[in-house]
Design a protein around this ligand. Sequence first.
Ligand code: NAP
Ligand code: MG
Length: 403
Amino acid sequence: MEKIKMTTPLVEMDGDEMTRILWQMIKDELILPFVDLKSEYYDLGLPEREKTKDKVTWDAANANKKYGVAVKCATITPNAQRVEEYNLTEMWKSPNGTIRAVLDGTVFRAPILLDCIKPAVRSWTKPITIARHAYGDVYKAAELKAPEGVKAELVYTDKEGKETRETIYDFECPGILQGQYNKESSIKAFAHSCFKYAIDTKQDLWFSTKDTISKKYDHTFKDIFAEIYENDYKAKFEELGLEYFYTLIDDAVARVIRSRGGYIWALKNYDGDVMSDMVSTAFGSLAMMTSVLVSPDGNYEYEAAHGTVTRHYYKYLKGEETSTNPMATIYAWTGALRKRGELDELSDLVNFANKLEEACIDTLNSGVMTKDLVNLAEGIETKPVNSKDFILAIRENLEKKLA
Ligand code: NAP
Ligand code: MG
């Protein structure tokens, strides 16, 4: 069989630990035999980040901006223990944070659905995609513990030194306070990414905040979304029969639980953090989630939502068999290859990505699965396998589909 040709390189960001092992298996068994892979390779594994003083991460992020589409393996975000383990000269920043800072994007996460894994919410028959604003708010807040008797104020000072202030509270007893911010530019970028992704995937867009209580802060989010929708996306939404729907977050939570799924739910940073864990757990597992960072100027970075699965890696190093689920990492590859195919008008590449996903789903529906899913599957006879055998079973199904 002739291999499928590519025209523009895909930015390939390798990673750490167990997912790095899976990465190589996926390439060797599921990509390279079928695709004449054109990729610009960046090793974001921690040893290479240390060696290059993290330059490799910045280079990779800039390549993502240049070529438009990247696929990323999970990477270690160093903490004190990792500094020791890897003998680091610095506690390098999270690669995801660096890439987000360069691309200024929104993270979209959607579950991969299987007939044999029932969501905890019975009415959900279609995926719910969470769009999380990944900048500011409580993640960039200033905090103080207030002693008894102090008066807390919110103050900003303009360039001429003129102050604008608002009393927060006169503390008659000890307390706590917090100041958070966001930027209009970031909220606008978030809104554009959401509307574009809704059009791209032909799904309705829901957005929720607490604007009744937060009349300036959250209300600004609501207003920016409404204005951008009216000016830039309303016509296209109407043409495609899509809906943009704003509601209060508490109302949204109730509606989401009653819904059938099949839409994108955009959320502020903290809300998105909390709700994405709830939605993904209710659908089954982090290993069965797709995740893509979309920038407002149309760059895409596909990744797995889970980490480097350290516990399995240490077993692997001891020569023990592991049954780590490669689905999220395979879907990072199919997402990136499909997007590359769409942008370069390579229908064979798009078709390949679709067939590989179908082969994955067929394999799982036949009961062949990694151990994490065996516990979740209902109504079928399951056959637990290790990562390698799972990938080989997918390859067999893929070869049949492509024949
Ligand atoms: P993790 O790698 O997601 O793993 C936590 C646990 O979840 C695993 O021990 C395993 O449970 C289960 N799990 C996760 N993915 C799985 C898969 N594909 N197949 C089967 N089971 C899976 O989280 P972590 O252990 O907290 O973090 C490890 C490292 O990953 C950290 O250094 C962190 O910085 C990094 N991280 C990276 C990213 C990213 O790059 N996107 C995201 C999060 C964390 P059992 O052990 O019970 O089998
Ligand atoms: Mg979280």
